[in-house]
Design a protein around this ligand. Sequence first.
Ligand SMILES: Cc1cc2nc3c(=O)[nH]c(=O)nc-3n(C[C@H](O)[C@H](O)[C@H](O)COP(=O)(O)OP(=O)(O)OC[C@H]3O[C@@H](n4cnc5c(N)ncnc54)[C@H](O)[C@@H]3O)c2cc1C
Length: 447
Amino acid sequence: MIHVERKPADLGESGWSAILQPRAVGAALAQDIECDYLVVGAGFAGLSAARRLHQLEPQASVVIIEAEQVASGPAGRNSGFMIDLPHALASGSYAGEDSQDLRNIRMNRAAIAFAARAAQDFGFPGEAFDPCGKINAAACRIGSEHNTNYARHLDTLGEPFELLDARAMRAICGSDYYSGGLHTPGTAVLQPALYIRSLADALVEQSGCRLYENSALKQLSRKGERWLANTATGSVTANRVILAVNGLIESFGFYRQRLMHINLYASMTRELSGAEVDALGGVERWGFTPSDPIGSTVRRIDGSGGPRLVIRNRCTYEASLRLPPDRLQRIASDHQRTFYARFPMLKQVEMEYCWSGRLCLSRNDVWALAELEAGLFSACCQNGLGTTRGTIAGIVAAEMASESSATSLVPDYRPQPRPQRLYREPFMSLGARCVIRFKEWRAGKEL
Ligand SMILES: Cc1cc2nc3c(=O)[nH]c(=O)nc-3n(C[C@H](O)[C@H](O)[C@H](O)COP(=O)(O)OP(=O)(O)OC[C@H]3O[C@@H](n4cnc5c(N)ncnc54)[C@H](O)[C@@H]3O)c2cc1C
């Protein structure tokens, strides 16, 4: 019998959900039901698993249970970059068609194609999924050097890119802050809460999946050949179960001492007035990822919530998964400071939302993706590119769980070693915090 220990909430309301029209929240599970497949967690991994199961076995019954409301967890709190290219490329790592980097790129692109297909088949609004590429922005010498090196590797790989100078960056974002940028066209940019909501609603309305929100799994036990999953107010008996709960898989008793829990933080401005948009200049929508990975991600959006800017920076290591309640206040003032440094013409514009969210890493950069026991699968630990890698994990777990012999959508996936054991506490937390603080200090203007 598996007891689920705890479920810490993220702090602050995510701007991505707050700026959307209110959505009719799905009912909580309030009865005892049966199904072929149970998916636990309605993030990128869980919803992708449910969609793939439905594609493989349209007649199978698929139930999804989500502990909170759809998109209120990390899936609706991220910066929305669904990235195809790894952040670091070294010439040794892409030698040969079967090299790890090239397989990763092909898998990332399969995930982006899967999301694009869902957006098209289900008719998502354009802002939910926009295949517009991204710009790696550089604010100082270190960032520019990174972009120049990266461009060299892209050239060798035959990947398209465009290097942008400070003037071109200013024409896009209206700010003099950036010294250059590197545009690559393969990334899709999401309104993450809208993408997740749209996918969840479409799976229910168009694919016949059953979704129960505010229905946290509390206990999981074997029932003959099947699994019995209990929430506070109901139960699901399923032939097969996919746990798509990212780092929280640890609270189910799996992968203990093997997963690193990181919190990221983001803020979104209030809607800009017409005069503020004019003062800012630039184009209506853009997305900058930092050339130094620890730096700031910045987006200008112009969808249903009107023109706004979104900034993400700072990260913290939280072995206990719990955050001190005053953490957000301190981060919010960091966000305001880094925002004004970039956009001095918007000195009067304050942040309307500030929030935190969790992501999960392993020391050896592998998924927690396996058949844990007969009929019980995990699709967790997405490491850096969680929107893309979560989608891949969901597809792979569904293909492992299903008996369908259809060709895999991610033929480049190979079974992985287990996530490596972490160092003992308190050394792990101390070490991780020192590394993060050092990298943040070294990032300088990129932060
Ligand atoms: C501020 C921020 C910015 C980010 N930016 C990016 C980015 O630009 N690009 C990118 O690729 N990644 C980004 N990420 C990371 C990305 O959001 C995550 O890696 C991704 O959400 C992981 O997807 P997932 O489906 O595995 O897990 P989650 O999104 O965490 O979904 C797991 C779901 O399981 C549910 N759950 C947990 N326990 C239970 C239970 N007991 N019963 C039922 N349900 C349960 C949770 O409520 C949750 O909804 C960012 C993260 C943050 C916080």
